[in-house]
Design a protein around this ligand. Structure first.
Ligand SMILES: [Zn+2]
Length: 326
């Protein structure tokens, strides 16, 4: 009799029901699982909570392709590759039927709005597996450089999970950016509140699959799986950023906002290191008269710039990663 290979990885694809439409069609959440024959950590990959942020879907496909080929050494890998299929098909960030932002609807409510019901389905399924870490894949602005976003420190009650989240963040190989806004209803923040380490990976460029960012994303996930000894170790990946800021966690800043209306011309590009006081954008009116020069408020790295060159008072122009001490 052939002996069973206890280390074989079982890969399965299935669906969770989320909605029955007015035409009685069923909408479903694709659900992917790879379970090793050896016990070990549980890792979740989630993507496309914002329907136009599509690269994460492909990253998950590539990771499962590798896992199927090379097998998981131990543990379980789970994924929701397309959390917002309704927004995805319409090329929209939000759930188009209800115009809600899924990533502002967690942990959800089974009796709530459409987004809250989908969020509840996702959240309960993820938490049920008692994960070691959840990596939520996003795309940020069109020209953003890839970075890992960590939610604000949730305070002493969740300090331990926050510390683990920071460690996983360092393992992603991306620049670590500490968010300054509490996005309380995001997937990652809600998971941390439930003592599950969770990170948001912002890869840049929405709407189309950016192959370079897919490559970075795959390498980053492999870093984390290697760290947890779930796969044969891969050469560590790290995204190259200016020497001056390497190894440092930075704070997110989208200041200064524009204070005038007009057309933005960017003077710095994502990935550039800028000095405090350095001009980073100019805003001209329709006749070409300079209205305003935007200068960097601190030394830092340009994470991305606005997807549009339309400026109006209070509109963000660029996003920066700045040292924590500023
Ligand atoms: Zn997003």
């Amino acid at each position: 009799m052939k002996r069973e290979d206890v280390t074989a990885t079982k890969v399965s694809y299935s669906f969770l029901k989320i909605l029955t439409g007015s035409d009685l069609s069923r909408r479903r959440l694709p659900f992917m699982r790879a379970i090793s024959g050896n016990p070990g950590p549980a890792v979740w990959l989630t993507a496309c909570a914002h329907g136009d942020e599509v690269s994460g879907i492909v990253i998950i496909q590539e990771i499962f392709r590798k896992v199927r080929k090379g097998k998981l050494l131990r543990g379980s890998l789970y994924a929701f590759p397309l959390m917002n299929p309704i927004g995805f098909e319409a090329g929209s960030r939000n759930i188009t039927l209800s115009k809600e932002d899924l990533n502002r609807s967690f942990p959800g409510n089974e009796h709530g709005s459409l987004a809250e019901r989908i969020a509840h389905r996702i959240f309960t399924t993820v938490v049920h597996t008692n994960p070691d870490v959840v990596l939520d894949l996003h795309s940020g602005w069109m020209k953003s450089i890839p970075h890992t976003l960590i939610d604000p420190d949730p305070g002493p009650d969740h300090r331990e999970v926050y510390t683990r989240t920071r460690t996983f963040g360092e393992k992603t190989g991306f620049l670590l950016i500490l968010d300054t806004d509490e996005l309380k209803k995001s997937l990652s923040y809600s998971l941390i509140q439930h003592d599950v380490p969770a990170l948001t990976i912002e890869l840049g460029e929405s709407c189309v699959v950016n192959e370079k960012n897919v490559e970075y994303g795959v390498q980053s996930v492999l870093n984390v799986l290697s760290y947890l000894e779930m796969i044969v170790p891969t050469p560590p990946f790290s995204y190259q950023i200016p020497q001056l800021l390497r190894g440092e966690a930075l704070k997110f800043s989208d200041q200064p906002f524009s204070s005038s209306s007009g057309i933005i011309r960017f003077l710095s590009k994502p990935g550039d290191f800028v000095r405090k006081g350095q001009p980073v954008a100019k805003i001209h009116n329709t006749f070409g008269k300079l209205q305003e020069t935007i200068v960097a408020l601190n030394d830092g790295i340009v994470l991305g710039h606005s997807d549009s060159s339309v400026a109006f008072p209070g509109s963000p122009v660029l996003a920066f990663g700045v040292p924590m001490t500023t």
